[in-house]
Design a protein around this ligand. Structure first.
Ligand SMILES: Cc1ncc(C[n+]2csc(CCOP(=O)(O)OP(=O)(O)O)c2C)c(N)n1
Ligand SMILES: [Mg+2]
Length: 812
């Protein structure tokens, strides 16, 4: 634990170098934005979108952190709009290129918001959707503890997880959800530094917000450090009349303070003299300073005061308690935009920029030079940068691949009635018996639905994780219970409260452990499928960061019938298809599930590059995360051996359950729990239609992605490119029609007709909330066997079908 004694205050020489470099960082960030002349102009011809002001408010704090406080093992989530400051610092440290900065916000340039995957300068956590990066640091700290508790960290020193948080960002509810989870799990080593500039995007924030923050954080067991005044102001408060000045500032409304910051020294003077001028000590305090000195004094908030910040960070560095710093800052500090309530996306105009350049002593044509305009000797500055502790950080070693068994067994499943959800529980139960590295690296997590998503048997064997052991009182009191709820550092299940955002942020943190902790985990998270919507932004964020995990969503669709209408999910298959970085599967049978899971454990570890696979046109070597949409509906399980070819087809996304003959008139293509209806309809149709085919689709997502990619490849000249679904449909006669069906939105499979130009009718669920039995609901939504037959008949009406009954109502 980083419990070193507080280092003594930095020497004046060191402070002077840091102050010089802070100036340079502010300049480089402003210049990067200004220079990016592709930024759009607003109606008045003024460039917007640069966020010079928003980034400037963190310039001092980030200088203190990156050039002094941080150690290589520390990790930081930087507020989105502080990206230019981040990139400027990395540029000074030799970790960012001029070319990328010249292309800031442009094609392949440095990103507007720090990005793990798109930036080259070592972003620890992507940010952009405010609130998520903040909470991610908390979960990363919990994951660090998890990894250490397992004894996997070796000599790797413990890092601190740090978030630079906008004050308006604190409105995001997911931050508070995370706080509660942190409290439950004994959070350590986490710093959140609130950039208290009292401005949001639109305006100035409410008065006294800091007191609410302070109370909240203290409630959750955090240390709170309010950093309000810098050394100049503190010294002035000691002068005669200083107390009155302090009272005035303490009571100054945020709006007025911001406005005066914007207006500058003369306005400060007039306002102060009007309000507290006494022809005595206060007046003297004010009048003894020039306009410039007065402005400097009045804006000397702690968030812009290196000695105050360094001192506070050094003190907090002596313990591992989570700490919230509320640092008073000024949005746009050091720039002519400072304090203006409209400055959020503001950009200095050319005249302002010229004045700023002059003030910074930067000659035209020398804007990108590291030490241009600074008064300290370049060799001294360079030597300082070379010795920055953070800059000793090396690229994380690639964590070794964890071998996955060739097959995940599903003993005794064939011929039984079983749901995919129950099958999932059985597969994990089988794995849990195994004392392999593979089994030991799996970590499960669930937002209070562990038992109801069938993780119970796994948890019984592997236990819950906590830093401190906690017995299951029911067990010690010998009260019979199905589940063993024991916590210990060796446990492999992280139980979360209900908040689904936390599940996705936890998966994001677990799924980046190989990069952040250098130790790979195989994370599995379970939740009810409809609640993917609740966490969809965090899911998107996790994928954007390239976190690797397996998401098991169950129950799903209307098939959860007895659970009631409120929990039905209709659109999640479309989320599965559309979400970048997530391969979505919806198996119908447990042997398919085992095949997909096996693939999934390997897939989440891949990190390759190169051309797409010529069989599927998928880029499987790059890897990604996995989404399994499962069901509680017991289905009769096929008795079959999954050979290599079938296994490959299941992973590729589809296989013929009944191969169509050469004169096929109808093909039924289904996904997931409606398999029995599709099979029954095939049987009914087969009586009166020739060569009918039945296509089992295990992944609409992968089929679709491969098809799109193959099309693109052909358009680029690779005329023989053919995807898996194109190969499956290659021999279908043109007159063959297609009926698609799933328990989800029909658009999921609606595109299949375009693959080979076959007339298609797509069945699925478009309306929400009706309750009933599965049979009731399938009939109601038109995804039962009769509806499938009717759809087929409508497409190929030449001859009647004997087994078709009258439709029993208008449906929905
Ligand atoms: C989830 C989300 N909603 C909205 C936005 C748009 N947005 C970006 S920054 C911002 C306000 C930021 O205010 P604050 O956190 O105080 O940072 P400051 O600009 O003051 O530095 C908003 C609303 C966003 N990025 N993410
Ligand atoms: Mg703000």
């Amino acid at each position: 634990m980083p419990t070193a004694p507080a280092p003594s205050s930095p020497s004046p020489d060191r402070l002077a170098l840091l102050a010089e470099l802070e100036k340079k960082i502010l300049w480089l960030a402003a210049w990067t934005i200004h220079n990016a002349n592709h930024l759009r102009d607003n109606a008045e011809g003024i460039k917007v979108g640069g966020h010079q002001a928003s980034s400037a408010s963190l310039a001092t704090i980030m200088t203190a952190l990156y050039l002094d406080v941080l150690r290589p093992q520390d990790r930081v989530a930087v507020k989105p709009h502080a990206s230019p400051i981040f990139h400027a610092i990395q540029y000074l440290l030799g970790r960012q290129t001029r070319e990328k900065l010249e292309n800031f916000r442009a094609y392949k340039g440095a990103q507007s918001y720090p990005s793990r995957t798109k930036d080259i300068d070592g972003v620890d956590f992507s940010t952009g959707s405010v609130g998520l990066g903040v909470a991610q640091t908390l979960f990363s700290s919990l994951v660090q503890d998890y990894v250490r508790a397992k004894g996997w960290s070796g000599e790797h020193p413990e890092g601190r997880m740090i978030a630079l948080v906008g004050d308006a960002e604190m409105d995001e509810g997911n931050i508070f959800e995370a706080l509660l989870e942190g409290w439950k799990h004994g959070l350590r080593n986490t710093w959140w530094i609130v950039d208290y500039n009292r401005q949001s995007l639109d305006a100035v924030v409410r008065e006294g917000l800091w007191q609410r923050f302070e109370a909240i954080f203290q409630n959750f067991g955090w240390d709170v450090v309010v950093l309000k005044y810098g050394v100049l102001l503190e010294a002035a408060f000691q002068e005669p009349g200083g107390e009155r000045l302090r009272d005035w500032i303490d009571n100054c409304p945020n709006q007025l303070y911001s406005a005066l910051c914007f207006q500058g020294g003369a306005s400060w003077r007039k306002r102060l003299l009007d309000e507290i001028g006494d022809q005595g000590p206060v007046t003297k305090l004010v009048e003894s300073r020039s306009d410039e000195e007065l402005a400097r004094l009045m804006t000397n908030l702690a968030g812009h005061d290196l000695p105050t910040l360094l001192d506070a960070f050094a003190k907090a560095g002596t313990h591992d308690r989570p700490t919230c710093f509320i640092a008073y800052t000024i949005k746009g500090f050091g720039l002519p935009l400072a304090g203006h309530k409209d400055n959020h996306a503001g950009l200095m105009n050319p005249t302002q920029m010229d004045a700023f350049r002059t003030a910074m002593n930067v000659r035209p044509g020398h804007e990108w030079e590291n030490f241009e305009g600074l008064s300290e000797a370049p060799e001294k500055l360079q030597a300082f940068l070379d010795a920055v502790p953070f800059n000793k950080r090396e690229k994380a070693a690639v964590s070794p691949h964890i071998d996955v068994p060739a097959v995940l067994p599903t003993p005794g499943v064939g011929g039984k009635e079983l749901s995919t959800q129950a099958g999932f529980g059985q597969i994990l139960n089988e794995i849990s018996r195994d004392d392999s590295d593979f089994a030991n690296r799996i970590v499960t997590t669930s937002p209070d639905v562990t038992v109801s998503t069938n993780l119970g048997p796994w948890v019984n064997r592997r236990g819950l994780f906590a830093l401190e052991s906690m017995a299951d009182t029911f067990k010690s009191e010998r009260i019979p219970s199905t589940f063993n709820w024991e916590f210990s550092p060796s446990g492999q299940h992280l139980e979360l409260g209900i908040a689904e955002m936390n599940l996705f942020l936890m998966l994001s943190a677990l799924g980046l452990s190989h990069s952040i902790n250098g130790e790979r985990l195989l994370p599995i998270g379970t939740l009810y499928d409809p609640f993917i919507y609740r966490g969809a932004d965090a899911l998107n964020y996790a994928c954007y960061q390239d976190a690797r995990f397996i998401l098991v969503a169950t129950p799903s669709g209307i098939t959860l019938a007895p659970e009631g209408g409120a929990h039905q999910s209709i659109g999640t298959p479309l989320i599965g298809m559309a979400q970048d970085g997530l391969a979505a599967f919806e198996p119908a049978f447990v042997d398919e599930l085992a095949t997909i899971l096996r693939f999934g454990f390997d897939y989440i570890q891949r990190n390759g590059d190169g051309d797409p696979d010529e069989r599927t046109w998928l880029r499987d070597q790059t890897g990604g995360s996995i989404y399994l949409r499962l069901s509680t509906r017991p289905l009769e399980q096929p008795v079959r051996a999954i050979d290599e070819e079938l296994s490959r087809a299941i992973v590729d996304g589809a296989y013929w359950l009944r191969k169509p003959g050469p004169n096929a008139e109808v093909v039924i293509a289904y996904t997931g729990a409606v398999a029995p209806e599709a099979i029954e309809a095939t049987g009914l149709l087969a009586e009166d239609r020739r060569d009918i085919g039945l296509l089992a689709i295990t992944s609409a997502d992968r089929l679709n992605a491969g098809w799109t990619a193959a099309g693109r490849a052909r358009e680029r000249g690779l005329v023989h490119a053919q995807s898996h679904v194109e190969r499956l449909f290659a021999d279908l006669p043109h007159h063959c029609s297609l009926v698609t069906v799933l328990d989800g939105h029909p658009a999921t499979l609606g595109w299949l007709g375009s693959v080979g130009g076959h007339r298609t009718r797509s069945l699925g669920v478009e309306h929400f909330g009706q309750t009933g039995t599965i049979a009731d609901l399938y009939r109601h939504h038109g995804i039962d066997a009769q509806a499938i037959v009717r759809a087929a008949l409508a497409l190929a009406p030449e001859r009647p079908v004997r087994y078709l009954r009258e439709a029993s109502g208008p449906g929905v």
